[in-house]
Design a protein around this ligand. Structure first.
Ligand code: ATP
Ligand code: MG
Length: 343
């Protein structure tokens, strides 16, 4: 399987200690490591809700965080809503299961530091991490609307807005050479301002490195692309970027249909083998004939069995299903299939 992040050469002054790990190493000049004060707030600007501030903040001290409530649990950890006592800011704190060895923890810390540099309005911000009593905890931007898991979005216009935001975040991550690997409805979060953001990028990769492969609590394969599940399908070549596009397309179609596109039962309670067979050996799911032509071609540009035939995030942003958002409705139908050809 191809690694999730394209290998980057280690800087000359810092040899890579673990050649099997591939996240680009940050090039830090220690002489510049001076904490800079935050710019003063502009007096006439609209105050930004604390959870949506984009710039990197100093990581609050762990003892200053007060747990308010448990939000939910996934295969790799539990997420809590926490408040920073001194500023009143609300965050989400993801506590990763298990106590890891010292060396693994150090590696996770380094990787999270890199993920911390990701800065895009459509990507959930990582504000830092704690290694507390051997347990790794990640401080995240809090998304008050929760995830889009189980949501049905029958309005194509709203769905196009949602898709536009996710694609903008995904195109950003891909430009940074970060592959998400776990795009699915529960990792797409929404806030009161109706901003949709991608969560858990990189976390799945960290978990994949640290979790016991025999651990039964691995995440779902439901949104994985056929060639990721069955490496024989694409001559053993796995392109993580194209894999993310499959998962994105399947999630968008699920929002439209209000059910898992390969079959409602398969998504939740289905056994692994039937799910695998459906994804790898049946035809990719399609939007129903009742949907607009724009939406149907958009979905088919994502859900191509052959990864090379899927459009990239940047190309999908140019698809008429997305671009029609900027045009009056009358103009939209004339260019319905202009971008539907595959690269
Ligand atoms: P899995 O770990 O199997 O992929 P998951 O994505 O549901 O599943 P978590 O990422 O641990 O698991 O999330 C648990 C719950 O916490 C989910 O309901 C998710 O919507 C919520 N959640 C995660 N991150 C945040 C956040 N930053 N703000 C608000 N809620 C969040
Ligand atoms: Mg998640």
């Amino acid at each position: 399987m191809k690694p999730s992040v394209s290998p980057a050469p280690a800087p000359a002054n810092r040899p890579r200690r673990r050649p099997d790990l591939t996240l680009p190493m940050p090039q830090r000049d220690p002489s510049l490591a001076v904490p800079l004060p935050l710019p003063p707030p502009s007096s006439n600007s609209i105050p930004t809700p604390p959870s949506t501030i984009g710039q990197s903040l100093p990581t609050p001290s762990f003892s200053d965080l007060e747990r308010i409530r448990r939000i939910g649990s996934g295969s790799g950890g539990t997420v809590y809503m926490v408040r920073h006592r001194t500023t009143g800011r609300i965050f989400a704190l993801k506590v990763i299961y298990g106590n890891h060895e010292e060396a693994v923890r150090r590696q996770i810390c380094r990787e999270i530091e890199i993920l911390r540099t990701a800065d895009n309005p459509f990507v959930v911000r990582c504000h830092g991490m704690y290694d507390h009593a051997g347990e790794i905890q990640i401080l995240l931007e809090f998304m008050d609307g929760g995830s889009l898991d189980g949501k049905k979005i029958s309005s194509e216009r709203f769905l196009a807005e949602v898709a536009h935001q996710i694609l903008t975040g995904l195109a950003y991550l891909h430009r940074q050479k970060i592959v998400h690997r776990d795009i699915k409805p529960s990792n797409l979060l929404i806030n009161a301002a109706r901003q949709v953001k991608i969560a858990d990028f990189g976390v799945s990769r960290i978990l994949a490195q640290t979790m016991d492969p025999c651990n039964s609590s691995v995440g779902t394969i439901a949104y994985m692309s056929p060639e990721r599940i069955n490496t024989d399908l694409n001559h053993g070549i796995y392109d993580g970027y194209a894999g993310d596009i499959w998962s994105f397309g399947l999630s968008i179609l699920e929002f439209y249909l209000g059910r898992f596109p390969f079959g409602e039962k398969l998504g939740r309670q289905g056994d692994w083998a039937s799910l695998m067979c459906a994804i790898c050996y049946s035809n990719p799911p399609e939007a129903p004939p009742t949907a607009s032509r724009e939406f149907r071609t958009f979905i088919s540009c994502c859900l191509q069995k052959e990864p090379a035939r899927r459009l990239t995030a940047a190309q999908l942003l140019q698809h008429s299903f997305i671009t029609q958002l900027q045009h009056p409705p009358l103009q939209s139908s004339s260019s319905s299939s202009s971008n539907s050809s595959h690269p």
